[in-house]
Design a protein around this ligand. Structure first.
Ligand SMILES: Cc1cc2nc3c(=O)[nH]c(=O)nc-3n(C[C@H](O)[C@H](O)[C@H](O)COP(=O)(O)OP(=O)(O)OC[C@H]3O[C@@H](n4cnc5c(N)ncnc54)[C@H](O)[C@@H]3O)c2cc1C
Length: 414
């Protein structure tokens, strides 16, 4: 708790006149904010972590934890907890016109975690929440960051969603992990350039009767789009229960396209969304640092969204420990940029919405996937192993070379 005036029940004595010097502050207790708190606590730090929601989200959202995330959580013991709940996905099968046209297998990675771990984001978040609770870090819920003109100076305005009690906080740094619509990002006016697709993508999590192997991801290339299928696991499956599948596609009704599978129950979650590829121009402004969806957005092709954000959190915590936060933009922006650009390219092929790309995708891509180097690029992109573990050695790692950073700004927080 901070130094604000509180009654014994924890409520504020002067709810509209409250100024506190806070410990470091994390805005947003999604997977990225919680991962940052978990990593920081291993470095002996106890940040404040606040979230405007009364309850954690129950939506499955990101369905796969990649080998890089398993690596990063390994020392904390979180990886073992995730492994105990999830199921191994050994590869991806690509189908067209009722035939298998290509397969890639994670065993080729030659890594100690040669698989993707299928686990719903809600379950991953539960593990992180329990880890924080065990380490004495309480998520302060229903506390919302509101318009904060001096955020870049570390001054955050927080409002309790129910009571409307407000609190002005001064923190040594603020990690903005407040998601795609980040108010922190807007408060410090950092540009978030990129593009958004017109055509909505739709997903359903639904039990299916199917011959598709449940230990693989499946991509169906259609004449005018694509379908993606992956089992949804939560770690709470009961024996004999039908497998829940995520069916995702760039159609208004992906299920209507799925001729070889039969729904055998109600859809558990249905959502329609527009895909964007965006990256902040600066990974920090003054004392505000961005991580996760607040910093970058891209399509779920490649399963990087949550995983890339967790890597941001890891790098951030490492730099805090080393007292080198001034290197955060330099360390993180080139990596995030390379990945957002690569996933934009991959998504352009997979969605198959232009004639030329569709031809390349349908006829060339399956053949190219027989080349080791192409398979390796795809596997490394999906697994998160397309660059070394950041900051693992004392000297900075070289950023990926294929895309040039748009900004070479250094030491932005000076
Ligand atoms: C429909 C859908 C499907 C998806 N499918 C996939 C997938 O298949 N694979 C994949 O990798 N990714 C997927 N994603 C993306 C993935 O869910 C995100 O990348 C991931 O949640 C990012 O985590 P985060 O912690 O950065 O942000 P979030 O999970 O968005 O968490 C942000 C948190 O900040 C809180 N917050 C926001 N504003 C404030 C404020 N002003 N004050 C206080 N708290 C605030 C929110 O309540 C929330 O808890 C999907 C997302 C959606 C919506």
């Amino acid at each position: 708790m901070n130094s604000c005036f509180h009654r014994e029940d924890g409520s504020h004595l002067f709810p509209n006149l409250c100024m506190t010097h806070s410990p470091p502050l994390i805005i947003g207790a999604g997977p990225v904010g919680m991962a940052a708190a978990a990593f920081l606590s291993r470095h002996g730090m106890t940040p404040r972590i606040v979230d405007k929601r009364a309850e954690p989200s129950k939506n499955s959202k990101a369905l796969a934890v990649n080998p890089r995330t398993l690596e990063l959580f390994e020392a904390s013991g979180i990886t073992d907890k995730l492994l105990a709940l999830g199921r191994k996905i050994h590869g991806t099968t690509i189908h067209r016109n009722g035939r298998i046209v290509a397969e890639v297998n994670f065993e080729e990675l030659e890594h100690r975690f040669p698989f993707m771990l299928a686990l719903s984001q809600a379950a991953t978040e539960r593990v992180l929440r329990e880890d924080l609770a065990e380490r004495g870090i309480e998520i302060e819920r229903q506390l919302e960051l509101v318009d904060s003109p001096k955020l870049a100076e570390g001054k955050a305005e927080l409002v309790h969603v129910e009571t409307q009690a407000n609190e002005s906080v001064t923190a040594p740094w603020i990690l903005a992990s407040d998601g795609a619509h980040s108010l922190a990002r807007k408060s410090v006016h950092v540009p978030f350039p990129g593009d958004t697709y017109d055509r909505a993508w739709v997903l359903d999590d639904i039990p299916l009767a199917t011959d598709f192997a449940p230990d693989r991801a499946h991509i169906k290339l259609q004449d005018d789009g694509f379908l993606f299928l992956l089992p949804v696991f939560t770690g709470e499956e009961k024996p004999g229960e039908p497998t829940l599948w995520r069916v995702l596609g760039n159609y208004p009704e992906p299920l209507a396209q799925l001729t070889e599978c039969t729904p055998i129950g109600e859809s558990q979650w249905n959502s329609s969304f527009h895909i964007a590829h965006r990256l902040v121009e600066a990974m920090n402004v003054g004392k505000v640092y961005f991580a996760g969806d607040a910093a970058h957005l891209h399509s779920p092709v490649g399963a990087r969204g949550m995983n890339l954000g967790i890597e941001d959190a890891w790098v951030f915590a490492e730099l805090v420990k080393r007292n080198e936060l001034s290197l955060y933009h330099q360390q993180r922006w080139p990596v995030d940029n390379a990945i957002v650009q690569r996933i934009r390219t991959m998504t352009g092929f997979v969605k198959g919405e232009s004639f030329i790309k569709r031809m390349l995708r349908n006829f060339l891509a399956p053949k190219m996937l027989h080349w080791k180097s192409v398979r390796e690029t795809m596997l490394k992109t999906v697994s998160g192993l397309d660059h070394p573990v950041p900051l693992f050695s004392t000297e900075s790692e070289e950023p990926p070379t294929e895309e040039k950073p748009r900004s070479r700004r250094r030491d932005r927080d000076r």
